[in-house]
Design a protein around this ligand. Structure first.
Ligand code: HEM
Length: 144
């Protein structure tokens, strides 16, 4: 038995090393149907381009690190749609605190997001699924 133990440990370690440390993603998850990482990135890039060029709300982003906002939005959408990510940003209340955003600002943000999704050819059905996940965040974003 004493002789066998190191061999057994070696086998177990080799088996562990062989299993890739990747969270499995359900092929039916919204994340997969959006096109995985590339799909989510395309949505966020198109949305941020529109928001950045939107004179009605771009002032809010004047002092923001857009690369940071991009990274966190990708993470958040990936996590919320069943992708293999963990959101590492602040809570929605904290992230938008001091901005005093109105319902109108929120509607414009959603309008830009919808236009972006249409631009990158996300179907209306998938757009609705994504909006159903983020629409309920309105009270955590508006009036903070
Ligand atoms: C459901 C709607 C929204 C979601 C899911 C969302 C998500 C996020 C996320 C994930 C961040 C980064 C968090 C962090 O810095 O830790 C962020 C930051 C930010 N959001 Fe939103 N947001 C929403 C609505 C809005 C709206 C309506 C506006 C303005 C019109 C806005 C303006 C900003 C700005 C300016 C920042 C950067 C804050 C900073 O630089 O400190 N967001 N948002």
């Amino acid at each position: 038995m004493k002789m066998l133990l190191p061999g057994l440990i070696a086998i177990v370690l080799a088996a562990c090393a062989a299993v890739p440390e990747k969270k499995s993603v359900d092929s039916n998850a919204l994340y997969s149907r959006l096109g995985g990482a590339a799909g989510v990135e395309a949505v966020v890039d198109a949305a941020l381009r529109r928001i950045h060029g939107d004179l009605r709300i771009n002032i809010f982003f004047e002092k923001s690190d857009l690369a940071d906002v991009r990274r966190l939005l990708i993470e958040q959408i990936c996590a919320a749609t069943g992708g293999p990510c963990t959101y590492s940003g602040r809570s929605m209340e904290e992230a938008h605190s001091g901005m005093n955003l109105t319902d109108q600002d929120f509607d414009i943000f959603v309008e830009d997001l919808v236009a972006a999704m249409t631009e990158v050819k996300v179907s209306p059905e998938l757009q609705q699924e994504l909006l159903a996940l983020f629409g309920p965040m309105r009270p955590q974003v508006v009036g903070q």
